[in-house]
Design a protein around this ligand. Structure first.
Ligand code: SF4
Length: 390
């Protein structure tokens, strides 16, 4: 990747570059030898050393501006440990005139206890400031899209979790602010950095990209997944309604790509290593919580395999369903579902043969739960045109 000598420090930071790209950049801009550049890259990611000793005197690789600040963090207890939401400050760039010189992106560290009793963390990262998709149940969707993040700004969330918060995540999910498929070039580059064995060295099987159903993005990412080193990347679909009328009413993207188109794209997702597509379903009272909805989910899931008497019917199961109780956004027209209604809906799904699990709610009080990320300060300022109408 040719480097622009006038680029901002963050763009020359290891955060947005694979080790090979960083080594080439350090050589091109400052004549730094490969061993020194590689040592600096490894130290930066492995120990959080921003001193980059061997590059310290190099103008092109100044450490100044290599990282982004954590401006706030909040913690909330959950049965599996502390949920940590933290805010990373990013530049507003050309939006200064709009008074948005300081933008914020939110990330959440979610604890999980494995069957062996060990606690691990999943990092939920943002790919955009705000989002153009306008899903009605989502806090971020109420902000509009301010701008997409660069790959460095995405990886900065991993770096801040690991080296500033002090928690190295085991998994990464692109389920924070934004639609990853609306920023796919930077998302792919960020994953390239995250899985770099000289950098964060995150196994690609531990990374999941979640989409509301941008079919062109699913197809493009599917092409990437066919490449060596990408086979086990995870994909999640935010389904949330199993018929086109209901889905279009809460998710405008469905008017552009309907359920049949999304289902077809998911069936074409490469599954050479047998990894399953994750179907996310946010249960919203009075919107998508009837027995009829459960039956329609089973119909949607049928081509991916259903269970019969607890066993897989026919070929291997290709998708699993995560049931997520709705976390009310600010000024939400809907409440959270009752425990009984969540249990009832899950029981219907299982009865219908859907391989479904309930996702435990964590971080709801601090607006860090699923669908609740979004800065109050900049919400409602729609500065970039929506990708889909509706
Ligand atoms: S659910 Fe995801 S795609 Fe929809 S508005 Fe929220 S962040 Fe955007």
């Amino acid at each position: 990747m040719p480097q622009d000598p006038h680029a901002q420090p963050l763009e020359r930071s290891p955060l947005g570059l694979t080790s090979d790209e960083f080594i080439a950049s350090a050589k091109e801009l400052a004549g730094v030898a490969r061993p020194s550049a590689l040592a600096a890259y490894r130290a930066f990611f492995r120990t959080g050393d921003v001193d980059a000793i061997s590059l310290r005197n190099s103008e092109s690789a100044t450490r100044e501006g290599w990282t982004l600040p954590v401006t706030r963090s909040l913690r909330e207890e959950s049965p599996e440990g502390e949920v940590v939401k933290f805010v990373t400050g990013v530049r507003g760039d050309r939006f200064w005139q709009a008074g948005l010189e300081d933008l914020e992106i939110e990330s959440v560290l979610i604890p999980m206890i494995s069957s062996s009793g060990a606690r691990t963390y999943t990092l939920c990262v943002s790919s955009q400031v705000g989002c153009a998709m306008g899903c009605r149940f989502c806090e971020t969707g109420q902000m509009g899209l301010i701008r997409s993040l660069t790959s460095a700004e995405i990886v900065a969330q991993w770096w801040n979790a690991t080296h500033k918060i002090g928690i190295r995540p085991k998994n990464i999910v692109f389920m924070g602010m934004g639609e990853p498929m609306d920023n796919l070039d930077h998302v792919i580059q960020a994953i390239s950095v995250l899985k770099d064995h000289n950098g964060p060295h995150m196994p690609v099987s531990q990374v999941t990209v979640s989409t509301v159903g941008r079919v062109d993005g699913i197809k493009r990412l599917g092409e990437k997944v066919r490449e060596h080193g990408w086979h086990r990347l995870g994909l999640a679909l935010s389904l949330n309604a199993p018929n086109d009328d209901d889905r279009s009413s809460i998710m405008p993207v469905n008017k552009r790509w309907n359920l049949a188109a999304v289902q077809e794209a998911l069936l074409e997702w490469p599954r050479r290593t047998g990894n399953k597509v994750c179907i996310e379903y946010v249960l919203i009272p009075g919107v998508n919580d009837t027995r009829r909805h459960a039956e329609q989910i089973a119909e949607f899931m049928r081509p991916f395999g259903l269970l019969q008497g607890g066993r897989i019917a026919g070929k291997a199961l290709m998708a699993i369903l995560n049931l997520i109780p709705y976390n009310p956004r600010r000024h939400s027209p809907w409440p959270a579902p009752s425990e009984e209604s969540v249990d009832q809906f899950l029981a219907w799904l299982i009865d219908l043969g859907v391989f479904a699990k309930r996702r435990r709610t964590k971080g709801r009080e601090m607006m860090g739960a699923c669908g609740q990320l979004g800065s109050e300060k900049i919400r409602g300022r729609k500065l970039v045109q929506a990708t889909v109408s509706g």
